[in-house]
Design a protein around this ligand. Structure first.
Ligand code: F6R
Length: 608
C-alpha cells in the first residue's frame, strides 16, 4: 500500500525524505512526491520510480528542514503526476499525504467545489487538503484538522504541513497505521517503521482516533474527541527487513494475516448506508449494457481462475445470469461464441497476465462488454476493459496469491448483489442478508487466524507427506483446487484438487494409508454427500484433514479437524480458504523452503 514519511528537525529534510521513500519501495508504488517547507510549500512529484522524482529536483538543494513525502499505490485515479501525493489546496496553504480511502469524498468534493475550490486530481485524498484549508477559516492547526476529519467517512493515516505554521507536522490516524519516530531535536512520522529505523528506534505508535502535532522539540497528542492522550515511547528491536514484513518472517504470512483488513478494504464504501445495495461506481457507466446481458464469461489464470469458479456459483445464484469460467490460455485458441450481450469479466491481481489480457482483446474484437476485476490500478487489463472494479487489496508481494484471492471473492459477492438488484431478481431482503454476512467476514477471518498455531501443529504431524488430495463440493470445489495449487506452489508437495463428485471416477485409486486428503466440508447444502465421500476415503484407509464448521459432524472420520465459523453458503469459501493457505505456508516452512521465493515461479506472468 502507499507509504508516508515526514521529517521535522535541524537537518535538511529532502535527503531524509527520499531515503525514507526508498526504504518503502518494497511495498510497490506507481508514483511518488515530496513537499518541503521552504519559502512557501515546495512540492515535487513524478509518476513512476523514485529515480524519476530525483530527476525532477531543482539543481540547488532545498534548504527546508520540515517536509512530507509519499509513495502512491493507486486506488482512485490513474497513476500519473497529478494524482501523486502530496496534495494541496488551491491556495497552496496546506499539503497532505494520505493513506486509506475517503468513502464520502465525492459529496465532500461537490460541497467544496460549490464554495469555489478547484480540484486538480481524480483522487479521494485531494479533498482532505481542501477540507482542512476551508476549516482554517474557523480554526487553525490541529483544531482545523480535527474539524475536517469529523466530516470524513473512511480510513486515513495523514500527515499535514501548513505554509504558515513553520517547523510543525500534524498527523492523524483512523484505520491506516502511523508511527512517530523520536530523535534528538528531530521527529519523524511514517506509515511504516522501516522508513525511519535508519534514524531512530524510539517510536510512538498512533492508534485510531488520535492526532499529533509534531515539532523538532516535542510531540503533542490529542484525540479526535478532544480528550488528551498520553503515550509511552517504545523501542523497536526489529531489523528493517522484519519491519517491512510487519514483524513476520515472510511476506506470504504477513499477507495471510492481514486478510481481515483486506476484506474490509475491498468492501469499504461499497455497501449503501441501509445495507441492502452494493455500490460499485466502476460499473455505473455500463449499467445499461449490464441490464441487457444474457451471459457472463469469467476469464482468469491460476488462483484468479479459481476465484472465477466461486464467482460462477455466486453470480448464477444471485443474478440468474448464466456464467461460464474459462482459462485465459484456452479461451482465445478456440473460437469462443460471443455476442454484444456477453459480458467478459477478467480477473487478475496484476492486471498484466498475458493470457488474460489476450482473452480480453479477443472478447473486445467480438464486441463483448469487457469488465475487469483487478488489483493494480492503471494496469493493462484495467485500462483495456470497458469498466471494472478494483480489489483494493494493497500490493501483494508474496508470489503465491493469498489476500488478492480473498479480495476477489469479496468483490465477486458485491458484484452478485449489484447485478442481482440491477436486473430486479434479488429481493432487498436477500441482498441485505448477503451484505450483512459479508460484513461479519473480517471478524470471522480473525477467529481463524487466531487458531494458526493449531494448524501449524497439524502440519508438523503430516510434514512428511509426499502427496495430498484436496476435495470439496459445490462452493467448496474451487477452494479444493486453490488449496492444492497453494500447497504445491510453496511446499512442493504433489497435490491434486478435485470436486468430491469426481473422486469415484479416478482419484480414489490413489487413496491408501500414505495418501492423505484435505476435505472441505462445512455444514452446507451438500454436506451429507461430502460426508459420504469421506466415508469412502476412510474405508480405504485414507487419512483425512477436515476443514469444517462443525467438529462433531466429522470428527469420527478424521485424523485432524480444523474449524471455521459458519456463514452463508455462498460466502463460506472466504473462510474455508484461509486454513488451506496456512497449511501451505506452514508446510513450506516445516519442509525448509522459503514460501516467498517458490522455485520457477514469477509473480506476474507476462508471457503466453
Ligand atoms: C497462485 C498465483 C497464480 C496467479 C496467476 C494469475 O498462487 O498467484 O496462479 O493467480 O498467475 O495472476 P494474476 O491474478 O496477476 O492475473
Amino acid at each position: 500500500m502507499c507509504g508516508i514519511i515526514g521529517y521535522v528537525g535541524k537537518k535538511r529534510a529532502l535527503p531524509i525524505l527520499l531515503t525514507g521513500l526508498s526504504a518503502m519501495e518494497y511495498r510497490g508504488y506507481d508514483s511518488a512526491g515530496v513537499c518541503v517547507q521552504a519559502s512557501g510549500l515546495v512540492r515535487i512529484r513524478a509518476a513512476g520510480k523514485i529515480e524519476k522524482l530525483r530527476e525532477r529536483l531543482p539543481p540547488a538543494p532545498l534548504a527546508g528542514t520540515a517536509g512530507i513525502a509519499h509513495t502512491r499505490w493507486a486506488t482512485h485515479g490513474v497513476p500519473d503526476e497529478a494524482n501523486a501525493h502530496p496534495h494541496m489546496d488551491c491556495h497552496e496553504q496546506v499539503a497532505i499525504v494520505h493513506n486509506g480511502i475517503i468513502e464520502n469524498y465525492s459529496e465532500l468534493r461537490e460541497g467544496l467545489k460549490a464554495k469555489g475550490h478547484t480540484f486538480t486530481s481524480q483522487t479521494d485524498s485531494e479533498v482532505l487538503a481542501h477540507l482542512i484549508e476551508s476549516e482554517c477559516e474557523e480554526a487553525s492547526g490541529l483544531a482545523a484538522i480535527r474539524r475536517a476529519l469529523k466530516r470524513v467517512r473512511g480510513t486515513y493515516g495523514i500527515v499535514v504541513i501548513f505554509k504558515d505554521i513553520p517547523q510543525t507536522l500534524f498527523a492523524a490516524r483512523m484505520g491506516s497505521p502511523l508511527v512517530i519516530g523520536v530523535g534528538a531535536h528531530e521527529h519523524y512520522v511514517a506509515s511504516d517503521p522501516s522508513a525511519i529505523l535508519a534514524h531512530t528506534r524510539d517510536v510512538i505508535f498512533l492508534d485510531d482516533g488520535e492526532l499529533a502535532a509534531v515539532s523538532s522539540e516535542g510531540v503533542t497528542l490529542a484525540g479526535l474527541d478532544e480528550q488528551p492522550v498520553n503515550k509511552q515511547v517504545e523501542r523497536v528491536t526489529w531489523e528493517v527487513e522484519t519491519a517491512q514484513k510487519n514483524g513476520n518472517p515472510h511476506f506470504m504470512l504477513k499477507e495471510i494475516l492481514e486478510q481481515s483488513a483486506v476484506v474490509e478494504n475491498s468492501t469499504r464504501g461499497r455497501i449503501d448506508l441501509i445495507g441492502t445495495r452494493a455500490v460499485l461506481g466502476g460499473l455505473r457507466d455500463v449499467s445499461e449494457r449490464l441490464e441487457e446481458i444474457d451471459r457472463i464469461i469469467i476469464i482468469g489464470c491460476g488462483s484468479a481462475y479459481y476465484a472465477g469458479l466461486v464467482g460462477e456459483y455466486l453470480l448464477e445464484e444471485l443474478t440468474g445470469i448464466p456464467v461460464e469460467v474459462e482459462l485465459g490460455s484456452e479461451f482465445r485458441y478456440r473460437k469462443p461464441i460471443i455476442s454484444a450481450r456477453t459480458a467478459v469479466l477478467a480477473i487478475s491481481q496484476s492486471g498484466e497476465t498475458a493470457d488474460t489480457l489476450e482473452a480480453v482483446r479477443e472478447a473486445k474484437r467480438k464486441h463483448a462488454l469487457t469488465l475487469g476485476l483487478v488489483n493494480v490500478v492503471g494496469s493493462t487489463v484495467a485500462r483495456e476493459t470497458d469498466a471494472g472494479v478494483y480489489n483494493h487489496a494493497g500490493p501483494e508481494i508474496g508470489v503465491a496469491s493469498t489476500k488478492a484471492f480473498l479480495s476477489q471473492l469479496s468483490v465477486l459477492a458485491l458484484m452478485g448483489v449489484y447485478l442481482g438488484a440491477l436486473r430486479g431478481v434479488l429481493p432487498e431482503r436477500e441482498a441485505g442478508a448477503v451484505l450483512a454476512a459479508l460484513y461479519e467476514i473480517p471478524d470471522q477471518i480473525q477467529m481463524i487466524l487466531e487458531g494458526r498455531a493449531r494448524i501449524s501443529q497439524i502440519v508438523k504431524r503430516h510434514a512428511a507427506m509426499g502427496n495430498c488430495l484436496f476435495l470439496g463440493r459445490k462452493y467448496q470445489a474451487p477452494i479444493a483446487y486453490e488449496g492444492a495449487l497453494k500447497l504445491k506452489e510453496v511446499s512442493y508437495v504433489h497435490a491434486e484438487g478435485y470436486s468430491c463428485g469426481e473422486m469415484k471416477h479416478g482419484p480414489i485409486a490413489l487413496i491408501d494409508t500414505s495418501f492423505p486428503s484435505v476435505v472441505l466440508c462445512p455444514l452446507d447444502s451438500v454436506f451429507e454427500k461430502t460426508r459420504s465421500n469421506m466415508e469412502e476415503i476412510r474405508a480405504r484407509g485414507g487419512k483425512i484433514i477436515a476443514i469444517t464448521t462443525d467438529h462433531d459432524a466429522v470428527s469420527s472420520l478424521c485424523e485432524e479437524v480444523i474449524i471455521v465459523p459458519k456463514t452463508l453458503e455462498c460466502l463460506q469459501p472466504l473462510l474455508t480458504v484461509i486454513p488451506t493457505q496456512i497449511l501451505a505456508y506452514e508446510m513450506a516452512v516445516a519442509r525448509g523452503f522459503d514460501p516467498d521465493r517458490p522455485r520457477n515461479l514469477a509473480k506476474s506472468v507476462t508471457v503466453e
